[in-house]
Ligand binder design. Structure first.
Ligand code: ATP
Ligand code: MG
Length: 255
């Protein structure tokens, strides 16, 4: 397959602008210890783009997203969300994040509806009540993820796949412009995968959401991803981009 190192492309993390990329890494280096997990990684995820992130266990995919969401801090380089440095970013409602699940997860015994509503807490503050458009959005995302019928059920009594769908609904309730899903289909059956895929198609085609989808299962993003990036040995490679420019002769033949 033709490959090109995404991180050789340079950055271009332009400062705050309306058409700035949803997420931008510029020469980002990070390690939990002195050994870097990521080395001078540059990449951009543009508005409305669906990017799949693949790579072996331990390559640094989750780490990359935690850097992107300001949960970890780069040793070198710049991370921007919608053009703003992640350290200064405040509009967190614009980002939906569904973290990678560790085992069955310690989920509190609250109902699906309550879990989804907590997605609004950062947006509303603790004590303000949801307004009618928030309620409408809640109904929409419960429907979209196929969990409207489970709204009164305690989330810890649901199956793993149902819980996962409720958590995705929670990430969507603020109507984010960027959705980050870390291994969303782990432990999820074929029906739930189908619901997730239809929801993603709707989010990309209708709501123009940028999606970063981390997965070991290519079926989940086949036909959806604009680009597939591989994280390996500290670097990010774009698996979808040709390695070199076409010659004029090749271009002619392609017509
Ligand atoms: N909190 C942590 N402290 C120290 N090292 C960590 C921590 N979290 C991850 N690592 C290490 O950083 C590297 C990258 O881990 P990361 O979780 O980002 O990989 P991943 O690509 O998401 O893997 P997987 O496909 O298994 O989810 C691994 O070597 C891992 O052991
Ligand atoms: Mg991971």
């Amino acid at each position: 397959m033709d490959r090109r190192r995404e991180d050789r492309q340079g950055g271009g993390c332009e400062p705050k602008r309306s058409d700035a990329p949803a997420l931008c890494f510029e020469q980002v280096t990070f390690g939990y210890t002195r050994v870097p997990v990521l080395r001078e990684v540059s990449l951009q995820v543009r508005g409305g783009e669906f990017v799949a992130l693949v790579g072996p266990n331990g390559a640094g995919k989750t780490t990359m997203m935690r850097l992107g969401l300001g949960l970890l801090h780069a040793s070198h380089g710049t991370v921007r969300l919608f053009g703003e440095r992640v350290e200064d970013f405040e509009d967190w409602w614009r980002v939906g994040y569904v973290p990678q699940r560790a085992g069955s997860g310690a989920v509190l015994p609250v109902s699906v509806e309550e879990v989804v509503r907590t997605g609004l807490t950062g947006h509303l503050g603790l004590f303000r009540r949801p307004r009618p458009h928030h309620r409408e959005r809640m109904e929409h995302v419960l429907d979209l993820m196929g969990v409207a019928g489970l709204r009164r059920q305690p989330i810890n009594e649901l199956s793993g796949g149902q819980q996962q769908r409720a958590l995705i609904a929670r990430a969507l309730v603020t109507d984010p412009s960027l959705l980050v899903l870390d291994e969303p289909t782990t432990g999820v059956d074929a029906d739930a995968r189908h619901v997730l895929r239809e929801a993603l198609e709707h989010l990309v085609d209708v709501e123009r959401v940028s999606v970063i989808y981390i997965s070991h299962d290519p079926e989940g993003f086949e036909g959806l991803a604009d680009r597939v990036l591989e994280v390996r040995a500290g670097h990010v490679t774009d698996l979808t981009r040709p390695q070199r420019e076409e010659t004029s002769e090749e271009r002619l033949w392609r017509r």
